[in-house]
Write a protein that binds this ligand. Structure first.
Ligand code: NAD
Length: 349
């Protein structure tokens, strides 16, 4: 197979961690006789420096021409004083919109080698995927300010259509089929009308996916259950805002933000794959960034954009083996550099 991958290295540690991930991709693709072509595109602060805007049209066009996109991270103090519409992070919203990416998939996994870094007692390992709706809900609903009886007021509205709920629901049910076949839909149906529609649609879908064990959970309970017993979950599907909050909560159970990958997917095979962390300007250029979140994002890309499940598993197993051998970067209390840990992962492939 020939893979045409767009690379958006971005700012801060972005170039360092994307370089590690492409080394790992190259090794595994060569082993299985695939060819890969990379196209480097600029977005974020580096695009502001070059073109004066965070997301140039050439980057959008390049991303749309690619089979899939791997991104490092964008942003940094250099661009913090720019007005909102010119800030590096705008590039991410623009890319999601232009590529039609409505589903954010975040695997949250505690490797058994890192169980001591989990704040929960008696949890050795767990493996959850949070499927978050990405382009609807409160973050995109009508909002504004008015003057009411008691002075100034502000409002934000949560709107979901059946179509939006159905497509994120299908993403979750299909994802669960590749895993332990369990979906928990998280909502606030005891209070919110939009959640009641969400639940109705999810129940209809659950009847179509009878091979999947399905359950509803209220978001306040879900926040509690994640801490009480994360092992009860396989795939969690939820709205934009609830997913934003629950995925950050869950990420804290795994040891380091430097381990967690993500995928943003839409109606076609092309996706945007990136670590969940930012550009870490405090450690930029020191050679100590943990590249594992980006390497695991590249593995997700192989599986979901190219159906190369065996190749993806090889990367995931290599990462796990290296962690089991006790090789850790500074964020996990070790002393391996970015290059050294990458080399160890390459040796496993
Ligand atoms: P951050 O995730 O960049 O860093 C938070 C802390 O985690 C820092 O101490 C950092 O050193 C550490 N860290 C992050 N990734 C690491 C890794 N791979 N290895 C080792 N340590 C790591 O969050 P922040 O400091 O709040 O934001 C920095 C910049 O990144 C800001 O400009 C922010 O807007 C941007 N940001 C970008 C994205 C993105 O591109 N998707 C996401 C979040 C933040």
């Amino acid at each position: 197979m020939k893979l045409n991958i767009a690379l958006i290295k971005g700012d801060g540690i972005g170039p360092e961690i994307v370089d590690s991930a492409t080394k790992v991709l190259n090794k595994v693709l060569e082993k299985y006789n695939h060819k890969v072509v990379y196209t480097e595109l600029l977005a974020g602060g580096c695009a502001i420096d070059e073109f004066g805007i965070p997301l140039p049209q050439s980057t959008i066009d390049g991303a749309l021409r690619s089979d899939s996109v791997l991104l490092g991270a964008v942003g940094g103090p250099k661009w913090d004083t720019l007005p909102g519409h010119l800030r590096p992070e705008r590039a991410l919203l623009g890319l999601r919109k232009e590529l039609g990416l409505y589903a954010n998939i975040r695997p949250v996994r505690l490797f058994s080698a890192l169980k001591d870094r989990c704040p929960l007692r008696n949890v050795d390992s767990f493996d959850i995927v949070i499927v978050r709706e990405l382009t609807g809900g409160m973050y995109f609903g009508k909002s504004g300010r008015t003057i009411g009886e008691n002075g100034e007021e502000a409002y934000d509205t949560e709107t979901y259509s059946v179509m939006e709920i159905e497509r994120i629901g299908r993403t979750a049910f299909e994802y669960a089929r590749k895993r332990r076949k369990k979906v928990t839909s998280v909502d606030k149906a005891n209070v919110l009308e939009s959640s009641r529609l969400w639940r109705e649609v999810m129940h209809r879908l659950a009847k179509e996916y009878r091979d999947i064990e399905y359950g509803d959970m209220l978001v306040d309970n879900a926040a509690m259950q994640l801490i009480r017993n994360p092992l009860q979950f396989d795939v969690i599907v939820t709205s934009n805002m609830f997913g934003d909050i629950l995925s950050d909560e869950a990420s804290q159970l795994t040891g380091s933000i430097g381990l967690l990958p993500s995928a943003s997917l839409g109606g076609c095979k092309r996706g945007l794959y990136e670590p969940i962390h930012g550009s870490a300007p405090d450690i930029m250029g020191k050679g100590i960034a943990n590249p594992i979140a980006t390497i695991l994002s590249a593995a997700m890309m192989l599986s979901y954009s190219f159906n190369l499940d065996k190749e993806a598993k090889e990367i995931e197993d290599a990462v796990e083996a290296v962690l089991n051998q006790g090789y850790l970067t500074a964020d996990l209390g070790g002393n391996m550099t970015t290059d050294e840990i990458t080399e160890k992962i390459l040796e496993q492939i």
